[in-house]
Design a protein around this ligand. Structure first.
Ligand SMILES: CC(=O)N[C@H]1[C@@H](OP(=O)(O)OP(=O)(O)OC[C@H]2O[C@@H](n3ccc(=O)[nH]c3=O)[C@H](O)[C@@H]2O)O[C@H](CO)[C@@H](O)[C@@H]1O
Ligand SMILES: C=C(OP(=O)(O)O)C(=O)O
Length: 429
């Protein structure tokens, strides 16, 4: 199993190209199930989750072609993928595949919308909370599907097709909104999604669906209106830049000090996180090229942050912020409101010398003068990268185990950091 070795203490200086967003690429790829024509996606990050989803889609009958690397392209510059679901050969998404990645459950929406049935394994247990799918299934039921759980599978049926309806989510759910959107676009009549997620990845999906012929208004607000259409066509779409990757490298620079241009980043996708970084003592400036982040001289100030749905501070940056706060001058308070068990990085950060107290959904981080390298491992994607951030500022050597978590969501992580001066390498095997 690969590991990552980091020797801390180097400032980061240079340019980091920001990849396409994993959390947009995945639902966009799933949208290919809605049409028998070709969906061409550009700027798709090279990630384990993308490869796994391609396997899942192949199982349903989606053919794909990945464009070869163009001259001048570097390892971390994404890929173009053409997806074509001329016929759906199987409406079952099996346990072995779905258990590995929660987003794969979202095939349920397009499959039932196009084929009138879907049999999708309930997603696997995940290290950040229980993560039920009741609201996704509620949305499908509102659209007229019958849903039952059979042998660990959610079985949704709508033999006569889906019918437009009002869907009111009692809490904001990104996956629920993606599912409702991808089902409602082919339903007969009008659907209204209330308390919809406003995340940029929902907007990206809606924009692509509109290019495919869907009629959607209000994406990016809490009320999305969808007029169903009988069929969708192919389209070409570029995945938006990854705001979580952007925020992660911004936290890394704030942690080590230095000056880095996050090339291609869009500040409006993570304004709340950039505001927190400024409060913590970093300099942030938006330019035509992207977002520039620097910290020179100033120490790290403690902050008080609560995770919230967009446009609030994202839960997917909570672990990285906690890593940064381990070296603040004082006590930071971080409250996690989205996932009940997303503090698994706390005990691993402690191995590096962090002082963190947990009280329910709040973590109090007492900043320390110095961290010291150690072997660590993490249980999920963002927790793993928080250890990388801490290790970059720790004295001596840290080895991060279970790198497969990082490979799920960070394209060319060690290359991007090494180019900016970090001492970081992958140890294979
Ligand atoms: C691939 C992807 O895009 N994953 C993101 C997506 O996950 P995901 O779409 O799974 O997260 P949701 O927005 O659905 O979850 C938000 C909250 O709603 C709860 N809930 C959700 C569905 C449901 O049927 N019932 C229910 O109770 C969840 O347990 C959680 O407490 O949004 C999360 C919140 O921004 C991010 O952390 C994940 O990185
Ligand atoms: C939690 C995440 O992903 P997933 O929803 O696929 O588990 C994430 O991207 O941080």
């Amino acid at each position: 199993m690969d590991r990552i070795r980091i020797v801390g203490g180097e400032k980061l200086n240079g340019t980091i190209p920001i990849s396409g967003a994993k959390n947009a690429a995945l639902p966009l790829m799933i949208a290919s199930l809605l049409t028998d024509e070709t969906l061409e996606l550009h700027n798709v990050p090279r990630l384990a989750d993308v490869s796994l989803l391609l396997r899942i889609l192949s199982n349903h009958g989606v053919d794909h072609a990945i464009a070869g690397k163009r001259p001048g392209q570097t390892a971390e510059t994404g890929q173009s993928i053409r997806l074509k679901a001329a016929t759906i050969i199987d409406t079952t998404a099996p346990y072995e595949l779905v258990a590995k990645m929660r987003a794969s459950f979202w095939v349920v929406g397009p499959l039932v919308a196009r084929m009138g049935e879907a049999r999708v394994s309930l997603p696997g247990g995940c290290a950040i909370g229980t993560r039920p799918v009741d609201l996704l299934l509620m949305a499908l039921e509102r659209l007229g599907a019958t849903v039952e759980i059979d042998g660990g599978y959610a079985v949704a049926r709508a033999p006569g097709g889906l019918k437009g309806a009002d869907i009111v989510f009692p809490k904001v759910t990104v996956g629920g909104t993606h599912t409702a959107l991808m089902a409602a676009v082919l339903a007969r009549g009008t659907s209204v999604i209330e308390n919809a997620a406003r995340e940029p990845e929902v907007v990206d999906l809606a924009e692509c669906l509109v290019k495919m012929g869907a009629r959607i208004t209000g994406a990016g607000t809490s009320r999305i209106v969808v007029e169903g259409v009988p069929r969708l066509s192919g389209a070409s779409h570029r995945v938006l830049p990854d705001r979580i990757e952007t925020g992660t490298y911004a936290m890394a620079v704030a942690m080590t000090g230095g000056d880095v241009m996050l090339e291609g980043a869009r500040p409006e996708l993570l304004q709340s996180a950039l505001d927190v970084l400024v409060e913590a003592g970093a300099e942030v400036s938006a330019t035509n090229e992207g977002v520039r982040i620097a910290r020179n001289g100033a120490g790290i100030a403690p902050v008080d942050v609560t995770t919230e749905p967009f446009p609030g501070f994202p839960t997917d940056l909570q672990a990285q912020l906690m890593a940064l706060m381990t070296r603040a001058r004082g006590t930071a308070r971080i409250r996690e409101t989205i996932f009940e068990n997303r503090f698994m990085h706390v005990q691993e950060l402690a191995r590096l010398g962090a002082r963190i107290r947990l009280d329910g959904d709040v973590a109090y981080v007492d900043g320390v003068e110095r961290l010291k390298g150690a072997p660590v491992m993490a249980t999920d994607l963002r927790a793993s990268v928080s250890l990388v951030i801490a290790a970059l500022a720790a004295e001596g050597e840290t080895v991060v185990n279970r790198v497969y978590h990082l490979d799920r969501g960070f394209e060319a992580l060690e290359t991007k950091l090494a180019r900016c001066g970090a001492i970081i390498e992958r140890l294979s095997g």
